[in-house]
Design a protein around this ligand. Structure first.
Ligand code: HEC
Ligand code: HEC
Ligand code: HEC
Ligand code: HEC
Ligand code: HEC
Ligand code: HEC
Ligand code: HEC
Length: 330
């Protein structure tokens, strides 16, 4: 009798553990959708035109005719002004000619000195008020950016281009089927300055900010930086813009664990915003989280909880009945 009772309780435990997987184990991660790559590579109508520039700006060395010496001279190209052909032709502005944004005068070398003073267009000059780009809400982004902590560096030359590399930037999280890659891409935008003091000091006289040290309070930093974006903690949530652009002063950064590790995780209205609209419909609120990453505390499911309670109750009744009959049948 005693032995079978123990067996019953063991079964009970197994059933409970099985149904409450969010307590006892990680749900199995579904494999991520393979990246769909364009099979047709883009061929720019300006390919040959652009080669005029790429022949020097496309690799580590360049050649020109030194008229004083009367011969060809080879020299080293500064790494900062080398442009990656492949990345350029994958970027949002891949259909452009270099000289759509830069003066035609650059075709000549040595470049004329006054070209350094060249004015460049802003995003809003081309994208503002254009129906075709309405879904991005450029005007909203512009307004947010002007409230952002970086905007105080406007006079030092901080612009949209500082984060949106003119020769490489491409929309990412909006089209991404691989959220980890999208996170990496977005975080690298910030790290271009925040892990590279050479870039940072062009814009500010502040001492170097050690990012690893500043985030020591965060356990398993590496895992967090791979699974959330900097902007999750450093920017203001926004309903009308997919990627929030208002970077807050550091005092307002998210530090409380349960802002993410809870049922009302802020990630639902930031990182998972796009997916969540699609996947929330079926009522299974946590679909995205279970698919893409496992955020402790955020993916407790009400139905699973109820189900496991019901099963627990049923098992108790069966056991109760069984014990009752055993005792009375003897
Ligand atoms: C013969 C090689 C050569 C060719 C061809 C060339 N460049 Fe350059 N370019 C350079 C070098 C070297 C520098 C850096 C020194 C300087 O500023 O003159 C430079 C600098 C620049 C700069 C940065 C200026 C600054 O503000 O520091 C821009 C922008 C530029 N090139 C654009 C172009 C464009 C656009 C083309 C094609 C229409 C082009 N270049 C063709 C060699 C070349
Ligand atoms: C969509 C507009 C746009 C196109 C197209 C474009 N550029 Fe630029 N480029 C810019 C802007 C804006 C800057 C200044 C970046 C900054 O201020 O941070 C720049 C800067 C540069 C620089 C200076 C180094 C740097 O990165 O700051 C070089 C060199 C350059 N461009 C060359 C080229 C070449 C070569 C092409 C064609 C393959 C090209 N650009 C196409 C907008 C463009
Ligand atoms: C000189 C005008 C010009 C400037 C400056 C410019 N863009 Fe664009 N941009 C365009 C055009 C035109 C296209 C469409 C290109 C195409 O369809 O091949 C485009 C495409 C895009 C796209 C892709 C849109 C889509 O639905 O495919 C994004 C995103 C974008 N730009 C963002 C920016 C950002 C951010 C900036 C500033 C950092 C900027 N652009 C600056 C003219 C510009
Ligand atoms: C501090 C860095 C930073 C600055 C400054 C910045 N952006 Fe962005 N922006 C980002 C990041 C990060 C993303 C996310 C890229 C992605 O995943 O597609 C983004 C995305 C975007 C997108 C695409 C959003 C979408 O709906 O797909 C647009 C459009 C854009 N930015 C425009 C701008 C404009 C306009 C400015 C200047 C007024 C600007 N950005 C300044 C960091 C910045
Ligand atoms: C989980 C939330 C979180 C994430 C993710 C996060 N940060 Fe922070 N960050 C903070 C908090 C909170 C502070 C303030 C720490 C303190 O009080 O000392 C901070 C501090 C900083 C500072 C120091 C500012 C100063 O003036 O001292 C910088 C710069 C910064 N973060 C940039 C980044 C970058 C870049 C990333 C992405 C690689 C990132 N953060 C990711 C929460 C976060
Ligand atoms: C082009 C360089 C550059 C890029 C890219 C950049 N930052 Fe910064 N950021 C700076 C500089 C410079 C400062 C220091 C401003 C100052 O002087 O106080 C700063 C300051 C900050 C601060 C501290 C603000 C405070 O109150 O002290 C935070 C937080 C921050 N950045 C977050 C980000 C995030 C998040 C991203 C990416 C979306 C990003 N930054 C991208 C250059 C950059
Ligand atoms: C901006 C949102 C956010 C904040 C704030 C945050 N976390 Fe996380 N955390 C995450 C995400 C997303 C993951 C998912 C990692 C994964 O998929 O493995 C995670 C994972 C973890 C893990 C598991 C690490 C691993 O290796 O799997 C621990 C432990 C953790 N967080 C603790 C904390 C603590 C403690 C705090 C507060 C000091 C905190 N988190 C703040 C988003 C956040």
């Amino acid at each position: 009798m005693k032995l079978s009772l123990i067996k019953y309780f063991f079964c009970l435990f197994l059933i409970y553990a099985g149904s409450a997987s969010s307590v006892f184990g990680r749900p199995e991660l579904k494999t991520q959708q393979a990246d769909v790559k364009d099979t047709v590579t883009f061929r720019s109508p300006y390919y040959d035109d652009n080669e005029r520039c790429f022949k020097c700006h496309g690799q580590n060395k360049y050649e020109y005719t030194n008229e004083n010496l009367g011969r060809q001279v080879k020299a080293m190209m500064y790494s900062e002004i080398i442009i990656d052909r492949n990345k350029f032709y994958e970027s949002n502005h891949r259909s452009f000619s270099c000289t759509d944004c830069h003066s035609d005068e650059y075709a000549k070398f040595p470049h004329a000195g006054e070209l350094r003073m060249e004015q460049t267009f802003n995003c809003i000059d081309c994208h503002g008020g254009d129906e075709k780009f309405a879904k991005y809400n450029f005007e909203g982004i512009e307004a947010e950016y002007q409230k952002s902590t970086h905007y105080k560096l406007d006079a030092e030359g901080f612009t949209c281009w500082n984060c949106h590399n003119p020769h490489e930037y491409k929309i990412n999280i909006r089209n991404s089927s691989n959220i980890k890659e999208a996170i990496l891409y977005d975080n690298n935008i910030c790290l271009r300055c925040h892990s590279n003091f050479n870039q940072f000091q062009i814009l500010s006289d502040r001492e170097e900010i050690n990012i690893l040290q500043k985030h020591e309070w965060l356990p398993d930093q590496e895992s967090h930086f791979k699974n959330v974006r900097c902007i999750e903690c450093h920017s203001e949530l926004n309903d009308t813009i997919l990627v929030s652009h208002m970077i807050n002063p550091v005092e307002k950064a998210v530090k409380r664990c349960n802002e993410c590790h809870s049922k009302n995780s802020l990630l639902m209205s930031s990182l998972y915003k796009f997916e969540s609209k699609e996947q929330r419909k079926d009522g299974f609120l946590n679909g995205i989280m279970l698919n893409q990453s496992y955020v402790i505390g955020a993916n407790r499911n009400r139905y699973l909880n109820i189900l496991s309670l019901v099963m627990f109750g049923v098992v108790l009744i069966i056991i109760g009945g069984h014990i009752f009959f055993r005792l009375t049948k003897k």
